[in-house]
Design a protein around this ligand. Structure first.
Ligand SMILES: [Fe+2]
Length: 360
């Protein structure tokens, strides 16, 4: 089957997304040497190991789906994410891209559901849990770290930001497992199973930490310039909105509290409750760090990304470089940051970032 109209009809996908035992309900095409799109797999048919072997031997880096079937492909990715991420034959960079894409869709849909219903339904929570479960399998793979680290410095968009905060939070906690016990000290029998369960719950909290932003008008969220006082007050409602959306779900209390408190400052003065110190739970204190680090190192409408090392310097309270030094690094919103963080956790986070760049 061929079509000359490829730009309109086809979208490239990674062959690593196709797993051998799953049945795609969409057609897959390859691009021939003559520039024609040729049907490679019919919907409803298993893609065999031999087919996949031949594809990888041919060195083809893309296969294609009809744009009209893209939503089926995205559903396929989410339904088969575990297998796709465990697939040893596909390159880790491709897997990281798929991971990020599915994550973006999960968060986007969660935001849209919340916007429509004002609350997060149990099926959306189950879906988020399922995604985080698969995400955790992927981050256990050491090789995934450098691939995921490449996401640092990308544009700041709410859905992508949520993915990066999920990743920072869970990899950090995986490397600092003693913290898991402190996050939920009342847990009985803190065995490996329980640790994994807490880690998953933390992942769900990280992914949904900004869910309350779904009620903030888009013109405030993506404003290209400083917020007015009124806009800022609206923006500051998002942790409370988030709690309201999740209060009736069966998420553990520590996750709900973390979402409520992820903008509280360790030395006080944060929002929305102005609580401080140990009254802010550990997960909220970790989210505060991961959230700020990602926001600073991402490109935003009103500023260039800050290099990771410089972001750390700002977070530990090094004075701001003067503008006349030609420094475009950060704006006043980044000032006075040291007081925001639990110093012990920030130190651990810096060590974690250091280890990560070594492994890259
Ligand atoms: Fe936030």
């Amino acid at each position: 089957m061929v079509s000359p109209d490829y730009k309109k009809r086809y979208t490239a996908i990674s062959p690593g997304a196709i797993v051998q035992d799953a049945l795609p309900d969409f057609r897959i095409y390859i691009l021939s040497a003559q520039g024609k799109y040729v049907l490679w797999a019919l919907e409803g048919n298993k893609v065999s190991t031999e087919q996949l072997d031949r594809l990888s031997e041919s060195g083809m880096t893309d296969v294609f789906v009809d744009l009209e079937e893209k939503f089926k492909y995205e559903q396929y990715l989410e339904n088969n994410l575990g297998k796709i991420l465990e697939n040893k034959r596909s390159p880790v960079d491709q897997k990281a891209t798929i991971f990020s894409k599915v994550s973006t869709n999960v968060v986007k849909d969660a935001f849209e559901t919340c916007l429509g219903m004002g609350t997060m339904g149990s099926s959306a929570i189950r879906r988020t849990h399922k995604f985080v479960e698969n995400a955790l399998v992927f981050i256990q793979e050491t090789k995934s770290l450098p691939a995921l680290a490449k996401m640092i410095g990308h544009d700041y968009q709410t859905y992508e930001h949520a993915t990066k905060v999920l990743w920072f939070t869970t990899v950090f906690l995986r490397n600092n497992q003693d913290l898991l016990e402190r996050i939920q000290p009342e847990a009985q029998a803190f065995d490996d199973e329980k640790k994994l369960d807490v880690l998953r719950q933390c992942g769900v909290g990280a992914l949904l930490h900004d869910i309350g932003k779904s009620l903030i008008p888009q013109e405030i969220l993506s404003k290209d310039g400083p917020l007015t006082e009124v806009e800022w007050e609206v923006m500051k409602r998002h942790p409370l909105n988030g709690l309201a959306m999740l209060v009736d779900t069966d998420l553990p209390v520590f996750v709900k509290k973390a979402i409520l408190h992820h903008h509280e400052d360790f030395q006080g003065g944060g929002y929305p409750m102005n609580v401080e110190g140990k009254n802010i739970n550990i997960l909220a204190r970790i989210l505060r760090i991961a959230d700020v680090f990602d926001a600073m190192t991402s490109r935003r409408p009103y500023k260039d990304p800050v290099p990771p090392l410089k972001a750390i310097q700002i977070m530990i309270g090094k004075p701001k470089a003067r503008k006349e030094d030609g420094d475009s690094g950060h704006d006043d919103r980044d000032q006075g940051m040291k007081r925001c963080f639990d110093e012990e956790l920030l130190q651990k986070f810096i060590v974690f970032l250091g280890n990560m760049s070594l492994s890259g």
